[in-house]
Ligand binder design. Structure first.
Ligand code: ADP
Length: 257
C-alpha cells in the first residue's frame, strides 16, 4: 500500500494521538482544502486503523449511518451502517462537514461522545458500547458566510478542537512539490500568488484560495497546460462566479506569472 503523504503544520499528530489515547472525540476546524481529510487518512494509516469516512449533507439520515432492515427473500435482515460498524470494529469514524448533518444524527452522537461511548439503535432497541479502539473525528468549517449551518455550542463542546489554516509559504511550497512533482521555482510562484489572493480581502470571497486549488493548478502545469491558463481554471474560476471578481483574480495571475 502506498504511504499517504501528509506534511505536518504543527502539533496536530501529537494532539490526535493523545485524543485517541484518552478516548476524546476530535473536531478539526478550518476552511476547505487545508488538509483536514488528508490528515485523518494519514493518521489512520500511521496508527493502523480502518477508517470510515462519511461526508455529511442534508439528505444524510441516521438510517444511512446507523443501519437499516432490508428484505432478503421472505425475511428482513438488519444491516449495520458505517457508523455502527466503526463503533463495533474499533475503527476511526470521520464525519466530514458535521454541521451539515441532520439533527437526528447529532442526537445519535451524544451518547457516543461522552463517558457512555455508546450508540443506541432505535430500530432494533439495542445499545452498543463502542470498542475501546473506536475514535470519532469530525470537521467543521466555521468560515462560511451567513446562511450556512452553524454547529451548536452543545455539540461543539463534546469535542476537543484543532484549527487548520493555510500553511506557511515554505511548507505550502513543499506540499506542492511533493504532491505534484512540480519544480521549486513554479511552486514558489504559485504559493506567492496564493498569498496575494488571500490578502485581497476586498474581493469579498466566501472562501479564498486553498492549498487544494494550488495543488490543482500545479498538476495542470506539470502535465503541460500553460501556466496562466492552469491558474485561471484551477484558481480564478473556482473561487467566484462573479465576472468582475474572476477578472480581478485573473489580472493578478497574469501579473504574478
Ligand atoms: P480538507 O479536508 O481540509 O478540505 P484535503 O485534506 O482534502 O482538505 O486537502 C486538499 C488537498 O490539499 C489534498 O489532496 C492535498 O493535495 C493538499 N494538502 C493540503 N494540506 C496538506 C498537507 N498538510 N500535506 C499534504 N497535502 C496537503
Amino acid at each position: 500500500m502506498e504511504t499517504i503523504f501528509y506534511k505536518s503544520i504543527g502539533k496536530e499528530q501529537e494532539i490526535f494521538e493523545h485524543a485517541y489515547k484518552n478516548k476524546l472525540p476530535l473536531l478539526l476546524k478550518g476552511p476547505t482544502g487545508t488538509g483536514k481529510s488528508r490528515f485523518v487518512e494519514f493518521m489512520a494509516q500511521k496508527m493502523g486503523k480502518k477508517l470510515y469516512t462519511i461526508t455529511c449533507h442534508e439528505e444524510t439520515s441516521s438510517t444511512d449511518l446507523i443501519g437499516r432492515y432490508i428484505l432478503k427473500g421472505a425475511e428482513t435482515v438488519w444491516i449495520d451502517g458505517p457508523m455502527t460498524r466503526a463503533v463495533k470494529e474499533g475503527a476511526f469514524l470521520y464525519l466530514d462537514e458535521i454541521a451539515e448533518a441532520r439533527p437526528d444524527i447529532i442526537v445519535a452522537l451524544h451518547s457516543l461522545t461522552d463517558h457512555r461511548r455508546s450508540l443506541y439503535i432505535d430500530k432494533t432497541g439495542e445499545t452498543i458500547t463502542a470498542d475501546e479502539n473506536f475514535m470519532l473525528v469530525a470537521t467543521y468549517n466555521p468560515g462560511y458566510q451567513r446562511g450556512f449551518k452553524e454547529l451548536k455550542p452543545s455539540t461543539r463542546q463534546r469535542f476537543i478542537s484543532l484549527s487548520f489554516n493555510y500553511p506557511k509559504k515554505e511548507i505550502e511550497s513543499e506540499i506542492l512539490i511533493k504532491e505534484t512533482g512540480i519544480d521549486n521555482e513554479t511552486a514558489n510562484k504559485l504559493v506567492k500568488l496564493g498569498a496575494k489572493i488571500r490578502n485581497l480581502t476586498e474581493l469579498g470571497l466566501a472562501e479564498t484560495v486553498s492549498t487544494r486549488l494550488l495543488v490543482d493548478a500545479a498538476l495542470l502545469i506539470k502535465s503541460g497546460l500553460p501556466q496562466r491558463l492552469s491558474c485561471d481554471v484551477a484558481i480564478a474560476e473556482p473561487l467566484s462566479d462573479d465576472e468582475d471578481t474572476t477578472n480581478a483574480i485573473k489580472d493578478l495571475i497574469s501579473l504574478s506569472l
